[in-house]
Design a binder for this molecule. Sequence first.
Ligand code: WTA
Length: 664
Amino acid sequence: MSVSPAHHAHAHHLPTYQPPADFVGRAAVSGMAAYQALCQQAAEDYEGFWAGQARRLLSWHKPFSQVLDASHAPFYQWFADGTLNASFNCLDRQVERGLGDKTALIFEADDGVVTRITYAQLLAKTCQIANAMKSLGISKGDRVVIYIAMSIDGIAAMQACARIGAVHSVVFGGFSAQSLRDRIHDTGAKLVITADHQLRGGKQLPLKDIVDEALALGGCEAVTQVLVVRRSGAPVPMTDGRDRWLAELADSQPTVCEPEWVGAEHPLFLLYTSGSTGKPKGVQHSTGGYLLHAVLTSQWVFDLKDDDVFWCTADIGWITGHTYIAYGPLALGATQLVFEGVPTYPDAGRFWQNIARHRVSVFYTAPTAIRSLIKAAETDPAVDPSHYDLSSLRLLGSVGEPINPAAWQWYYDHIGGGRCPIVDTFWQTETGGHLITPLPGATPMVPGSCTLPLPGIEAAVVDEQGHEVPWGQDGLLVVKKPWPAMIRTIWGDPERFKKSYYPDSLGGRLYLAGDGAVRDPQTGYFTITGRTDDVLNVSGHRMGTMEIESALVSCSELVAEAAVVARPDDTTGEAICAFVVLKHARPAGDEAKRIAKILRDHVAREIGPIAKPKDIRFGDNLPKTRSGKIMRRLLRAIARGEAVTQDISTLENPAILDQLAENH
Ligand code: WTA
């Protein structure tokens, strides 16, 4: 854990944008005074504040009497004696409110075919899948792995798990068989829900085949059933007694299924994410606290109203797709666009075309997508956003990585037409929902700054001993008080939870985000400066350097040693740069290219294509200290193409630096 030097623009050099006056008037949180009043309320009566929100926004089967239980800190509990059901809150409640005929999801397929489903229909479908799972013996507490692309079925399957108290773990469809196997193994899942294929960018890609491969790798013996959604219709092998078509089982089930009322602390899902060491960790979220934050931020930050069409472009395989597709907007009764495809198919105007076609009013995407679409519009003026009717937009959001001020400005001017506030939402898989973000009808915006914490979130910037640093100084981002949607534990590894998020070095009572931050000296606005641990962020996807290193080294016939670092990249934010020592001589020319390709393909098989290193450099060795530690800071400088100016007096083999630097 170290504080990296600041490579960011200090917020106060940039212009401030006020939220438009007509927006402020009708926003959920209207004006800075309203924001400050909420902060004040939380400061004066922290538990009362959260209890009030939980009563206002969630339907409880049995009301809670306890709010925060800190007796097993840092294993905090919220609303623990209350019971509820997440799917009831997302679906039944909307039908009861008279929204049964309202469109819940507008599904736009890769090929442009549109399917709509109302709240009443989504509830019926969810109940049928829930009953189908029950008929297979799945019940409360069982884990279900969902390996599927963006689809109504995927969302309904998540809701169906919640309905019966089963714990879903969605695995992103881009992960390899090996990664899928590791997650199935770690969760001990009994059931896998998948599809025959996924359709993306006009291509048909396997899902079911990968599930078969994952299960064949061993360690997944708890899986006795696989339910398969028919998407492509192309043939896939089905194993007798284990595999069934979901529709064949679900379509004949009753459309009613009594929700399983669970305690607020009952795990709603596990979602695997990368840390600085070891295998990805299963982040465990609760039902009550998590759902509260999902619905609260959908209201405060996305300001969702009855007539909005919300589009979050994330995949349900990531936390953003959980909180801001599968749960939050549904719990508010919003209409959402769900998109199966990719931003560049059939051309790079697809996002803008989708917004125009479906009259999207609130749009939430990642800086990496924005940057790649800026480039696309520069090279092909036909896909410039000015050719599309984007007048339906009223609010824009950004998530996943820091947004650079130039991309912010383009988003504001060219997509928002200068009328739409931008919410730059900082949060993490572990935080469950937004932590630091503008409120669109209140907070003056500064490009590149996620501005201020939500009411009830006590964020701070501290030094390595846990002492708050003055505004203007870089430090570690922490949260001082537990909040309802926070991670409960790492599945099966409570010790790792404590070490990762509540380290003793900070006193054991501060949540350590793993990001660096600095506050503006005048306004106190937060700017995130990037991870302070060995976690990379490539196109908004989180990966551990150690994971990629292990994948490289597992190519044991070729690789002796590997070290992975990030370097900045104009489009993807960061790019993966690997330094590799082979078991045989250092290759050159075409031979180096050939081996680099073998290694990239190997990483794609071990983790998934998203983890393929962009640069691979070969050396006779790696820069090491006399005690044998790899000096990553030197590798980072080389990866950036910078001259090594750091102290190299402890370096065992200084000549290696020149070799790695010249080897491009
Ligand atoms: C980064 C995604 C700056 C950060 C929701 C964090 C951001 C990691 C922002 C979590 C933002 C996310 N500004 N950085 N608005 N949003 N990050 O778990 O480094 O996939 O720790 O959750 O993404 O990634 P995760």
